[in-house]
Ligand binder design. Structure first.
Ligand code: SF4
Length: 62
């Protein structure tokens, strides 16, 4: 499964990293980035939780 963060939408709240730091990382620009691509099967549920936790729906997956 592949996840993407739309940095244009991201407001830098940090929720995704809080839920799944193995996949999402906050950087100096206060935006979240995906650091595992593709996301390994064992982290998919956790990454989906991050997607749901995003208040501006900046995360999507395929
Ligand atoms: S949860 Fe959404 S808005 Fe918050 S840091 Fe992650 S991608 Fe950005």
């Amino acid at each position: 499964m592949k996840f993407k963060v739309d940095q244009e939408l991201c407001i830098g709240c940090g929720a995704c990293e809080g839920v799944c730091p193995e996949v999402f990382e906050m950087r100096d620009d206060d935006k979240a980035y995906v650091i595992k691509d593709p996301v390994p099967a064992e982290l998919e549920d956790n990454a989906l939780e991050s997607e749901e936790s995003c208040p501006v729906e900046a995360i999507c997956h395929e």
